[in-house]
Design a protein around this ligand. Structure first.
Ligand code: PGA
Length: 252
């Protein structure tokens, strides 16, 4: 059986500027030239900077990602960005279902599933985010919530579910400095992997990333868990030395 290569993806959220992006990516790509990564690396950047970042990443091992996509194909949807536009700009990965989109933009499981379909149809790998809130965890609903979120995408994609990347991001751990323990994360990851394995023949090979206050200090312990295949990194992806340390912790 082939092994799952580790994958570290940065999620810049609504941060950056032309100047800051150039400085950050120059430092990251230089660091990776000096110490080539043993894992796959991507950064999901704000839409207005896709073209800038595409140019900055040319010739590097870092792939371009977007943070969202329209659920619609094309047409009269003011303010939206289609999957075809992302593909046009060289985007290889697209986040869908991030908890901030579910929470602040009312994205339902069905919308998230449609967005994943749009990305795949454009040749872009969706990074599908799932995760429970603190209230759901305390009510013992973690397993049910993440299973429901994944099932909606699995139902829409059918066998194509094996082409996604999955990210488990407990909402209470995002941007809070409060990380899931490696054991807590591993438990959820193992259940998600079992669900993926029963959804498609190649489901067990889908990379399952952990996200939520992953940083240079805790990455190695999280990444050592057998079902944690990488990380989706918010705050720590904005600091080159931290992001490089996390990449360094992700051995194949
Ligand atoms: P964080 O964000 O690393 O800042 O907690 C992770 C995410 O929201 O993807």
């Amino acid at each position: 059986m082939t092994t799952r290569q580790k994958f570290i993806a940065g999620n810049w959220k609504m941060n950056g500027s032309l100047q800051a992006n150039a400085a950050l990516l120059t430092a990251i790509t230089q660091g990776l030239r000096e110490q080539p990564p043993a894992c796959k690396v991507a950064v999901a950047v704000p839409m207005p900077y896709l073209a800038q970042v595409q140019a900055l990443l040319a010739g590097s091992s870092v792939q371009l990602g977007a943070q969202d996509v329209s659920q619609h194909e094309a047409g009269a949807y003011t303010g939206e960005t289609s999957a075809a536009m992302l593909a046009d700009l060289g985007v290889r990965y697209g986040l869908v279902g991030h908890s901030e989109r579910r929470q602040y933009h009312g994205e339902t499981d069905a919308v998230v599933a449609t967005k994943a379909q749009r990305l795949l149809a454009a040749g872009i790998t969706p990074i599908v985010c799932v995760g429970e809130t603190l209230a759901e965890r305390e009510a013992g609903q973690t397993g049910t919530v993440v299973a429901r979120q994944l099932a909606a995408v699995a139902e829409a994609l059918g066998q194509q579910i094996e082409k996604i990347v999955l990210a488990y991001e407990p909402v209470w751990a995002i941007g809070t400095g409060r990380t899931a323990t490696p054991e807590q994360a591993q438990q959820v990851h193992a259940a998600l992997r079992a669900q993926l394995a029963s959804a498609a023949p190649g489901g067990a090979m889908v990379p399952v990333l952990y996200g939520g206050s992953m940083n240079a200090a805790n990455a190695a312990d999280l990444l050592a868990q057998s079902d944690i295949d990488g990380g989706l990194i918010g705050g720590a992806a904005l600091k080159a030395p931290d992001f490089l340390k996390i990449i360094g912790a992700a051995q194949a």
